[in-house]
Design a protein. Structure first.
Lengths: 113, 110
């Protein structure tokens, strides 16, 4: 069964450094999402992306965050200057659109030191 | 903002027992979803509901989309040890961003 894949599974970064999290959505999907889950808390929406542009973003997704679909398969989340509070699991999700459910990757655990 | 209130927060059950959890909201949604998350993994879709009043089963799992479009429940029948994990409800409007509940931690006594 097709799945969303994310790399790396764990990223450790010094505070202030840039980090790029990578996702390969399911191949025929058109809508892409990033979510965040701080340890012990609920999953929170960050940003949605369709047709090469952001369609919606949350207040968490400030100027330090950006997303890109650099080619036909990858979808990336960049955090420009990481803060301690960026430590969380980051999940990528994709869907074919309409009411089709979103499918999630296994996440990247981001640890900021 | 939109919020989902999920209960119970956690539960211990005896193997073989039935389990029930639910989510409520003050907002209306047109899709309700139930996911399971195992440690170190992402949420895995269990059941998707698209129509008010809809009752859908997936093996031992049964979920319903509330008639008011503001709630949903998930039942697990005859629980087994591999049912352990965190169950999340999630909902959205017209395929947009998902709003998640806080999760129900299921622990099974074998």
């Amino acid at each position: 069964e097709p799945e969303v894949t994310q790399t790396p599974s764990h990223q450790v970064t010094q505070m202030g450094q840039e980090v790029i999290l990578r996702c390969v959505p399911i191949s025929n999907h058109l809508y892409f999402y990033w979510y965040r889950q701080i340890l012990g808390q609920k999953v929170e929406f960050l940003v949605s992306f369709y047709n090469n542009e952001i369609s919606e973003k949350s207040e968490i997704f400030d100027d330090q965050f950006s997303v890109e679909r650099p080619d036909g398969s990858n979808f990336t989340l960049k955090i420009r200057s990481t803060k301690l509070e960026d430590s969380a699991m980051y999940f990528c999700a994709s869907t074919g659109g309409g009411n089709q459910p979103q499918h999630f990757g296994d996440g990247t655990r981001l640890s900021i030191l | 903002g939109q919020q989902l209130n999920q209960s119970p927060q956690s539960m211990f059950i005896q193997e073989g027992e039935d389990v029930s959890m639910n989510c409520t909201s003050s907002s209306i949604f047109n899709t309700w979803l139930w996911y399971k998350q195992d440690p170190g993994e992402g949420p895995v879709l269990l059941i998707a509901l698209y129509k008010a009043g809809e009752l859908t089963s997936n093996g031992r799992l049964t979920a319903q989309f509330g008639i008011t479009r503001k709630d949903s429940f998930l039942n697990i029948s005859a629980s087994i040890p591999s049912d352990v994990g965190i169950y999340f409800c999630a909902a959205n409007l017209y395929g947009n961003k998902l709003v998640f509940g806080a999760g129900t931690i299921l622990r099974v006594k074998s």
